[in-house]
Write a protein that binds this ligand. Structure first.
Ligand code: P6P
Length: 336
């Protein structure tokens, strides 16, 4: 029987003990606070009439912005700034970096890159959405924070996590020592350890891709999808196609049940749609820490040398055997 430990107690005891981790553990508490506030907003959204698009705004990627995107972004920015454990933020909702100049934050060694509310187009139809975040250390706390501090390879992440606002609110986190999950108790508003040292199954029987783009995909991916659909008792095919259209929900299922999530390049999107720094990198760190793999079709996501804070990357992520197999398809067939 798992002891009823809060996220803070568990991290302090098992993963982030010692004075050197005090600031990081405090930063994770700031993120949890914002997650609780976003969860509350989402639970009441329908009643508070904050569903729907925000004054017909679009974000820097030209995507429609919902009111809750803005609400979530502001809640995270405020909690991170007031917590004083973070020197600056990159957000999917903001074109430019945010640097915190208050006396405490400006000496912090941590940086947060986030998608405050991923999958928000699903909110109006009550489909699970999520926050995805990545934490890096500044190269030097002596220098003032600038954009170069954020542009680091994913293999230098200190921590990464997502919060999925679904039937329950669950906070999945890695600090580089495996993956754990904490579920929000809505009465006491505390996250309790609910899944310890999560390991993703080596293989699974579901693949997750927007099949509607099939004829836009490279031939190699079309052939992989056709392979998944063929009947073969030995390999358990045909596999099931499971696609929520919310990255956090699709990857969370793949981590717990085994599976492969795909957002590929296509004729219309040469680099895919998902952002490297605050969607692909954090998810890749988490999945690798759980024993899975994550590639862009050519190399490990975490080894990609980023050029800009909002750049996109294709991603094939999930059970190790499934990622290895699709990598073989890509190497042996046409993938341009
Ligand atoms: P498509 C949601 O808009 C999102 O950013 C991810 O959460 C999701 O995986 C993807 O886009 C869905 O994109 O093109 O299949 O609708």
């Amino acid at each position: 029987m798992m002891k009823k430990l809060t996220a803070y107690q568990y991290l302090l005891k098992d993963k982030l003990s010692g004075d050197k981790n005090r600031e990081l553990i405090a930063l994770l508490k700031d993120i949890k606070l914002a997650a609780r506030l976003v969860s509350k907003e989402l639970r009441n959204a329908g009643l508070n009439k904050i569903l729907g698009e925000y004054k017909k705004l679009t974000n820097i990627h030209g995507e429609k912005v919902t009111k809750l995107d803005i609400v979530a972004n502001n809640l995270f920015i405020n909690s991170l700034e007031n917590g004083g454990n973070c020197a600056g933020v990159v957000s999917e909702e903001l074109e430019k970096i945010v640097i915190f100049n208050n006396e405490v934050s400006k000496n912090s060694k941590y940086l947060v890159l986030m998608d405050p509310l991923d999958g928000s187009s699903n909110i109006d139809v009550n489909v699970p959405v999520g926050t995805i975040f990545s934490i890096f250390k500044k190269s030097s706390i002596k220098k003032s924070t600038n954009i170069k501090d954020f542009i680091q390879k994913g293999n230098r992440q200190v921590a990464a996590g997502y919060i999925m606002y679904g039937s329950s609110t669950i906070y999945v986190l890695t600090v580089g020592k495996g993956v754990d999950a904490f579920t929000l108790d809505p009465v006491v508003q505390e996250f309790y350890l609910s899944h310890k040292n999560i390991k993703i199954p080596k293989s699974g029987r579901s693949y997750s891709v927007n099949q509607g783009n099939f004829y836009e995909f490279p031939i190699a991916l079309q052939e992989y999808i056709r392979w998944c659909e063929q009947e073969d008792a030995k390999s358990g095919r045909p596999y099931s196609l499971r696609y929520v259209g919310s990255m956090v929900a699709d990857i969370h299922r793949s981590i717990l049940k085994g599976g492969l999530f795909i957002y590929s390049k296509s004729k219309r999107a040469a680099s895919g749609k998902l952002r490297l720094m605050y969607e692909c990198n954090p998810m890749a760190f988490i999945v690798e820490q759980a024993g899975g793999l994550a590639i862009d079709g050519d190399k490990r996501i975490l080894d990609i040398a980023p050029k800009s804070i909002h750049q996109k990357s294709p991603i094939f992520i999930g059970s190790s055997e499934m990622v290895k197999l699709i990598s073989k398809f890509i190497k042996s067939k046409q993938f341009d």
